[in-house]
Write a protein that binds this ligand. Structure first.
Ligand code: SF4
Length: 405
């Protein structure tokens, strides 16, 4: 155990079997110390980043009906909606006013939304707000739009990239291995197809993040298999010299910029049950991920699902990024995630963990480093769920909706 931990802490590669052993058996403090050593070596300046962005949903209509999803409505359901372009642009404008540098446009697999819809969406946002990075959609949406439009995956990716998509979100990964994926999302593409889409995107200069949803009954072996699939995909990208068209910095060779595990939220869906990933399981997995991903630059804590205290603790287990303030978030919030924060609190969490807070942009370049409190931003309006429709007290009333036929 000691030699595996030491090798991983020194930047050496560990096998999936060794990762499993560390996950299940390594003493917690030794595991955390090794993971933190990796963070310190990668980021000796002690900086931990955060982002200001808004997750904007264009439709909740979806044909894929994942069992864990509380957000979607089936086609023709009376609660189905699709926001008109003016509403989406309005929300982008609000986000910019609050300092956002990124939007995550995310939605269901609408039966009529092909590549043309996404070209229109991204080009409109880009034209109106060229300064806003579009870090959006995931492999599922790309597979869906290619199918609706009858084009190849490569054509779909090249067309939405040309329309303005800057980065693919790692959404829809859930659990990549077949057994747990079939159990929670039987109509979704396989994990192998998710990886295939990412590989095509990476090959074409479009980088991404990768996520994982823990806690729906998957085994420890399947959790490790999930990160093995992502690491292998990144190996391929690195070996072929794939990198984002916009990235010049050498530490970001490869297609995946970051790994973001989060925990299943059990409200209002068909899977129900409870989150079967305890805080310790989550924190141990964070540390193992840092040790396992010798080829992925960043590791993000998910305070939205695990809570702010756990998010802050993760900063001692290899995490170098606390994610977004999330001015708006509806998908995970619909399933019960109720944690909220604000800009001051996020910065305070980072600083009181002994790190230096910095605002970053989509590609992790620093926009402002807050070395002391005198450097801190002062905008009191930058709060989570600024206008989330998922929060009973949030959101604007009389939202213009389009009835889906
Ligand atoms: S998770 Fe995505 S693909 Fe699955 S039902 Fe929800 S909106 Fe549809």
């Amino acid at each position: 155990m000691d030699s595996i931990l030491q090798r991983a802490a020194d930047g050496g590669r560990i096998t999936p079997e060794e990762a499993l052993l560390l996950y299940t058996d390594a003493p917690f403090h030794a595991l955390g110390e090794a993971a933190d050593a990796v963070r310190r070596r990668r980021y000796p300046d002690g900086i931990v980043t955060y982002l200001i962005d808004r997750n904007i949903n264009y439709t909740n209509v979806c044909v894929t009906a994942c069992k864990f999803c509380a957000f979607f409505r089936a086609p023709k359901h009376k609660e189905g909606w699709a926001h008109p372009m003016e509403e989406i642009l309005h929300r982008c404008g609000e986000a910019i006013d609050l300092g956002a540098t990124q939007v995550m446009l995310q939605g269901g697999h609408h039966p009529e939304f092909g590549v043309e819809y996404y070209e229109d969406l991204f080009s409109n946002v880009k034209q109106a707000y060229p300064q806003l990075a579009i870090h959006s959609i995931g492999p599922s949406e790309i597979l869906h739009m290619a199918k609706v439009s009858g084009v190849s995956l490569e054509e779909a990716i090249l067309r939405i990239k040309a329309a303005g998509l800057d980065s693919i979100a790692g959404a829809g990964a859930e659990m990549l291995p077949d057994r747990p994926r079939q159990a929670i999302a039987p109509l979704k593409e396989s994990g192998a197809r998710w990886i295939e889409v990412m590989t095509i995107a990476h090959r074409n200069g479009l980088s991404s993040t990768a996520t994982m949803m823990m806690g729906t009954g998957e085994t420890n072996i399947e959790r490790i298999e999930h990160i093995r699939m992502i690491r292998d995909c990144q190996d391929l990208a690195v070996a072929n010299g794939y990198r984002d068209d916009a990235v010049e910095t050498s530490h970001q060779v490869g297609g995946f910029r970051a790994f973001i595990p989060w925990t299943y939220q059990p409200e209002n869906n068909h899977l129900k049950g409870r989150t079967q990933a305890t805080t310790m399981e989550y924190l141990r997995f964070i540390a193992v991920s840092r040790l396992f991903f010798d080829n992925v630059a960043h590791l993000q804590a998910s305070w939205l699902t695990t809570g702010k205290d756990v998010g802050q603790l993760a900063l001692h287990l290899g995490v170098d990024d606390l994610g977004s303030i999330m001015l708006e978030e509806n998908v995970i919030s619909s399933a019960g995630a109720r944690h909220r924060s604000n800009l001051h609190e996020l910065i305070w969490m980072i600083r009181t963990a002994g790190r230096i807070p910095a605002q970053r942009e989509t590609l992790y370049r620093h926009l402002a480093v807050h070395y002391t409190e005198a450097d801190d931003p002062t905008d009191e309006r930058v709060v989570s769920h600024y206008s989330s429709i998922a929060m009973p007290e949030g959101g604007r009333k009389n939202l213009p909706l389009v009835e889906v036929q």
